[in-house]
Design a protein around this ligand. Structure first.
Ligand SMILES: C[S@@+](CC[C@H](N)C(=O)[O-])C[C@H]1O[C@@H](n2cnc3c(N)ncnc32)[C@H](O)[C@@H]1O
Length: 355
């Protein structure tokens, strides 16, 4: 019995740019990618993403007759955690992700053999961008299991700081900030050397909307200017492919706030030429490997896989806190001193919905 690779299926995707990013996510894992068109995606695809090959389609009957096992991948009640999930046997596995606003259709849930989700921490924003979720699904499902979500008495004490470095596109960065918020970070540092985040227009619009709606549950965006010194004890810098370092799943990425996990945009940052010691005393490279060789790079896909693995290691509360608000731990002392004159920006979860 030969096993075909895991197929990625988009069910009712509306935005052709999300569909294109899902195709790119699939290419990272050498997976086929197809779409069940419930929302006129094929027409929007032809209008928007011109110059590309036709959208690869799949129909429900085809899914039922030719694919097994089928995984309904959504934040559904009672769905199993993707961490440690084993797909089991079957000749043509498929993982199906749903519409950007409404999720999976009921008929997909009915034909699915498994219901699987990525555990989220935020109560305000309980889902990721669909393409980012697809990358996480393919990463864990194609690895055939792996570690389970850690269970800890004080997971937030294990949460490292996060530095998003050098992103070249505001949608990719916005989507990554959304992932960080959904995975429970209350704050992220941004090295915005390309000026895609703190550009005046976007900032004014986002802050205006947030203030007008008096939103809660924000994520703090703290600028980390190039050349400034910081005093973290350890920086874990994510490399891609042959970039070297400890494999992502073997690296200890839950050492708390004295550790900073750095996710550089690999299309813009030359890891060998950065002065990492201006950020931390110890520097460790952490390698994300994907089987695909020829794929279009998306910062949100790489970053969200990394955040998912850090979130797995940080874990969840062993004893539920009965609804009490969990306060974010203090900034690492030395870093705090060095950061005190940075204003930053507060972004509200609901304003990240569109990313
Ligand atoms: C933006 S989500 C919206 C749907 C979601 N059910 C909701 O709460 O409204 C779009 C799709 O991304 C995927 N997705 C996003 N976050 C996920 C998570 N935490 N676990 C599994 N799938 C997720 C699912 O396939 C989902 O249908």
């Amino acid at each position: 019995m030969t096993q075909t690779p895991l197929t990625l299926v988009g069910d009712g995707i509306e935005n052709p740019l999300n569909a294109r990013t899902m195709l790119h996510a699939a290419a990272m894992f050498n997976s086929p990618c197809r779409f069940r068109d419930r929302c006129n995606l094929a027409a929007a695809w032809t209008e928007t993403v011109s110059g590309h090959s036709p959208l690869p389609l799949v129909f429900r009957d085809e899914l039922v007759n030719h694919y097994s096992p089928i995984v309904a991948f959504d934040n559904l009640d009672g769905a199993e955690s993707v961490y440690g999930f084993r797909l089991g046997s079957g000749t043509a596995p498929a993982v199906v992700l749903g519409n950007e606003r409404r999720g999976l259709a009921d008929d997909i849930e009915r034909i699915a053999h498994h219901r699987v989700q990525i555990p989220m921490v935020s109560r305000k924003l309980n889902c990721l961008n669909v393409a980012a979720a697809a990358a996480v699904a393919l990463y864990y499902l194609s690895r055939g299991g792996g570690g389970k979500l850690a269970s800890r008495s004080q997971p937030n004490k294990r949460r490292p700081e996060l530095l998003l470095m050098g992103a070249t596109d505001h949608v990719e960065l916005g989507s990554t900030v959304r992932s960080a918020g959904a995975f429970g970070w209350g704050r992220t540092f941004i090295d915005d050397r390309r000026g895609v985040w703190f550009g005046r227009d976007r900032r004014t619009v986002a802050e205006g909307r947030a203030a007008a709606r008096q939103r809660r549950n924000p994520i703090r965006i703290v600028p980390m200017p190039q050349g400034r010194k910081y005093a973290f004890s350890e920086a874990c810098v994510v490399t891609l492919g042959s970039g070297g370092g400890v494999p992502l799943h073997q690296a200890d990425l839950a050492r708390g706030a004295s550790q900073v996990v750095v996710v550089p945009d690999h299309t813009a940052i030359d890891i060998d030429r950065e002065d990492w010691n201006r950020i931390a005393r110890e520097v460790r490279l952490v390698r994300l490997s994907v089987p695909g060789k020829d794929f279009s790079y998306h910062y949100r896909l790489i970053a969200t896989i990394v955040l998912a693995e850090v979130a797995r290691q940080v874990g969840r509360q062993a004893r539920p806190d009965r609804g009490r608000a969990v306060r974010h731990g203090p900034l690492y002392d030395h870093s705090l001193k060095l950061l005190s004159d940075d204003q930053g920006e507060t972004v509200f979860m609901e304003d990240l919905d569109s990313y």
